[in-house]
Design a protein around this ligand. Structure first.
Ligand code: ADP
Length: 577
């Protein structure tokens, strides 16, 4: 991690204080009041002891001072408690706001920029990193506030009473920030390493859990357990490094504070012995000396909260820096006209990858069943990513019914399309909930219609619990073909104009494939289908087949035409599988 990133992360953390500006104002007021109270309390206590010890004052004479001292004590406790509560609230507010922003950003980014980040790592950022920001606002900032307000107030009070002690306080105070700066670099590096390790560990652990059957089947579970143990051990060592630095720095700070207080005490003691100083002033200074160092020590002790927060902020910033595909507010209320879908001269190159689309031109009529075929790497999946709005075209445009489809139309466009990926994910829940994923409030009749259109209604109604049948994570208990047709029902639920299919039968057995293709046949004319197909046998149904190669269309026609003449399609048909 570069120092620039580190500075940017800290600047970003400081920016977050705008989110809690009203709370911060109250915190500043409380800190200033606390400073004044500390001085007043020491003054009253020194006066009480001085009067009792040297002026022989009785309880009666001391009564007003005692009466003043007790409320001061209570008030100080009350203010400190209120300050803590405000700090917690501030931390809570920042965390909630941040989680909202992160989710919003991820939603807008879509899955494309996330493809190379392990899910576990992302989960770690959303949960742990955001959590680690909390102590910065709950502990570190309040400690810093007290450090900037209380010691100067104490210094102002001590100086007139005894300038020499004031001078010692003044000269020793900068030792704390100096020391913090000295160990800061090392502590920062240790925190960053600890965070990276935690992220990696989270990602790895989730991966292993997900693919446990695979690891078992290959007898690799023992080896993976050993690797997890190694990662955990490395993380333990990193954590210990961080803790060692944190403890070491607080021990050194305590030591510095103790020496400085002792110095003040010795000098006060000598001058009291020599009669150069009044007892009241000496006691007043001695009572305030520990109070002077207390905020400095606390600040030092909380510095690791800052280090951790910066390390966590760097990770959060990495996620927030992922490009967002869609503008912040896209409304699904935009009225899109129904008509032909035109792709004009589309270009796209994956970052760090090859050119995926190189001037693709294609026109798809409403209700047309279009199949797209081509060798691997031809750009078919990239085209689907574009149509789904997960990536914007580099150049060229997509037009719907003659009008350009813009980023601002994305939400409305998504209401017009249904998508069936290669391996759709079914969530734990009922069949009904899975079909109604896009519109949870859809009436039963609509869910039934969608199931019927997808050719899965008979199967569902034959189940004892029908649509309310619970299914496990990933659709456990259902065959591949059933899962795929449930995904088709899900895609059809909001009656889309266009259905985007990404090799939906690639993993199906011939029977399931036939059932799926039959469901598609029944949709003929009702919905436009863009079907990226791998299995050429499924293409008889298509109205038109286009062949893609090198990111552009190289041939097009119906099954009969394409089969009857030599060309890229025949080459594909005849190529060994
Ligand atoms: P198809 O679906 O026809 O196999 P793709 O659209 O997946 O083709 O790929 C088109 C080209 O883009 C290929 O050269 C591939 O290497 C590249 N590509 C695809 N996805 C990525 C990605 N996520 N990152 C980098 N390059 C990619």
């Amino acid at each position: 991690m570069k120092p620039d990133d580190h500075r940017a992360a800290e600047a970003w953390l400081r920016e977050r204080r705008h989110d809690i500006a009203p709370l911060a104002r109250r915190q500043r007021l409380i800190a200033a009041l606390l400073g004044v109270l500390v001085v007043l309390q020491a003054w009253v206590l020194a006066r009480i002891i001085d009067q009792a010890a040297f002026a022989g004052a009785g309880l009666n004479a001391l009564a007003p001072l005692l009466v003043a001292w007790v409320p001061l004590l209570l008030l100080r406790g009350g203010l400190a408690w209120t300050g803590d509560r405000l700090a917690w609230r501030a931390a809570q507010q920042v965390r909630s706001q941040l989680r909202r922003e992160l989710f919003d950003h991820l939603r807008r980014s879509g899955p494309y920029p996330l493809r190379e980040r392990p899910t576990g790592e992302l989960g770690n950022v959303l949960v742990d990193a955001v959590e680690a920001i909390g102590p910065y606002f709950a502990h570190y900032l309040p400690a810093r506030l007290l450090m900037t307000l209380v010691p100067p107030l104490i210094l102002l009070a001590v100086w007139p009473a005894d300038w020499l002690s004031g001078l010692i306080l003044l000269l020793t105070a900068p030792l704390v920030p100096l020391f913090m700066a000295l160990i800061g670099q090392a502590a920062q590096r240790a925190s960053q390493r600890q965070w990276r390790q935690l992220s990696r560990m989270g990602g790895h652990f989730l991966d292993v859990l997900r693919h446990l059957p695979l690891l078992k089947a290959f007898n690799a579970s023992r080896r993976e357990t050993a690797r997890i143990a190694q990662t955990a051990e490395a993380f333990r060592r990193r954590t210990m490094q961080v803790l060692r630095l944190a403890f070491l720095s607080s021990a050194v700070l305590e030591f510095l504070a103790a020496i400085s207080i002792a110095l003040v005490a010795v000098l006060v003691g000598f001058r009291l012995l020599d009669g150069e100083m009044a007892f009241f002033h000496g006691l007043f200074v001695l009572l305030l000396a520990p109070e002077f160092y207390l905020p400095l020590r606390r600040y030092g002790a909380q510095n690791h909260a800052r280090m951790e927060a910066i390390a966590a902020a760097e990770q959060i910033l990495e996620v927030l820096a992922l490009p967002a595909a869609a503008p912040a507010a896209t409304s699904s209320q935009v009225a899109l006209r129904h008509g032909a879908l035109e792709l004009r001269d589309l270009h796209f190159t994956h970052p760090g990858g090859d050119t995926a689309l190189a001037g693709l031109d294609l026109r798809i009529e409403p209700g047309e069943h279009l199949a797209i075929v081509g060798p691997s790497g031809a750009g078919k999946s990239t085209l689907l990513l574009l149509l789904l709005g997960f990536i914007p075209p580099e150049s060229g445009e997509i037009r719907l019914a003659g009008a350009p489809l813009e980023a601002a139309h994305l939400a409305a466009w998504r209401r017009r399309i249904g998508w069936v990926p290669q391996r759709p994910h079914l969530f734990p829940g009922t069949l009904r909930e899975n079909i109604a994923l896009g519109c949870p409030d859809a009436p039963t009749e609509t869910v039934r219609e969608a199931a019927q259109a997808a050719g899965i209604l008979d199967f569902i109604e034959a189940l004892p619990e029908g649509f309310e049948t619970p299914i496990g994570e990933g659709g456990r208990g259902l065959s591949g073909g059933q899962r795929q047709r449930i995904a088709l029902a899900r895609a059809l639920l909001h009656r889309p104009d266009w259905l985007l299919l990404d090799e939906p039968t690639a993993h199906l057995d011939p029977d399931s494939e036939r059932a799926f293709v039959a469901a598609l046949r029944n949709l003929r004319g009702r919905v436009g289908i863009v079907h990226v197909a791998h299995r050429l046998e499924t293409l008889h149904e298509a109205d038109r087949i286009v062949v893609m190669q090198g990111g552009r269309v190289t041939d097009s026609g119906d099954w009969q035409t394409l089969c009857s003449r030599p060309g890229p399609f025949r080459d594909l048909l005849e190529a060994p599988a």
